[in-house]
Design a protein around this ligand. Sequence first.
Ligand code: UFG
Length: 335
Amino acid sequence: MNILVTGGAGYVGSIVAEELLRQGYQVIVLDNLQQGHKGAVAPGAEFIFADVCNAEALDGVFQRARIDAVMHMAAETVVEYSMTDPKRYFHNNIVGGIELLDAMLKHEVYKLVFSSSAAVYGDPQSIPVDEDHPKLPVNSYGESKLMFERILEWYGKAYGLKHISLRYFNAAGASESLGEDHRPETHLIPSVLKAALSKNSPVSIFGTDYPTKDGTCVRDYIHVTDLAIAHILALKRLEKDGSSCIYNLGNGNGFSVKEVIEVAKKVTGCNIKTVSASRRPGDPAVLIASSEKIKRELNWNPQYYELKTIIESAWKWHSKSPEGFKKRNSFTGKN
Ligand code: UFG
């Protein structure tokens, strides 16, 4: 089966592509390399340098090869930037998504796994958050993901599109060969590990006055390989009975920013310096998932429960690749 992975040169997308290949699928990666890296394209995948907003390029992709299903991961994803530049988020996440759906329908491809986010829930009213929890996003990133989930519902009703949306909590960790390398890095765990490697530069703790156990934000860190495996279970469900649905993907355990830093100090053996900073706009205080639905319905059985093992896998990759994916590729796609 041929699977198109949009955003397959990014952090989660590259590891999903790697897992698909491991399980015997053929993979076509489409990525504009704005955030992704050519070096992160899983060996064995075909790479197409294109943007999901480019209808002509998409048409070409579907014309060239019969695509059986799509995993749509290409997106703007940084909560902080979504507060100051919502235009970019709605354009790339909604307009790009619709271009993709329209190309799929034109070429009679009806199966889609969509990377959604815990950000659709906003500030939780109850913990753990299950799929029925009210959806009240507090940042334009979460709003764009929720809007696209709703668009999928309509495309399902009207055109027969079969879709599964996976609402990720905080993806973390690395596979043996691929890891997390955003430029600039804004995510907590890679920022902490970079600080450990650099020895000097401190990590900012964004907000120490949240109503949480130690005043810092609490998040549910899920290992990226467990996340990747869930995508393939979702794909298999679409292949089997074709019914659309939504699943949360988290670990069910919440860790504060300070706890993450403490565990990282133990894992790395480094003294990681910190500085207190003001709250980051758009950050909910606590996000912890209930992933019972996907465990029950798809037998998803995550392997990484401990924050320590998740950070260890990330540290192994960061220590091996301190510069990340070496040569930065520009938007021209050249290495
Ligand atoms: N944080 C710091 N210092 C840093 C970086 C982050 O204190 O240098 C804090 C953030 O303020 C936040 C927590 O660490 O409270 C986690 O921040 P990340 O940037 O690692 O992740 P987010 O929770 O902002 O967002 C991630 C994904 C989103 C997804 C969300 C769902 O990037 O796509 O998890 O939980 F929506």
